[in-house]
Design a protein around this ligand. Sequence first.
Ligand code: F3S
Length: 63
Amino acid sequence: MKIEIDRPRCEGHARCNAIVPELFVLDEDGYIDTDGFDVPPALEDDAEVAAASCPERVITVVR
Ligand code: F3S
């Protein structure tokens, strides 16, 4: 499973980071600091919750 992030649309709500901080890293201004990544199997459920939590819908789960 992968996560893709439409980074320019991030508004810094930080809900993703609050749920899985080790995957959804923020920059010094509080915006998401990655365009995407592979999700370790043990974190897939949490990553899906985090994706759904983003009010701007910038996080996409790819299987
Ligand atoms: Fe940005 Fe959404 Fe996370 S707006 S900081 S990707 S909750």
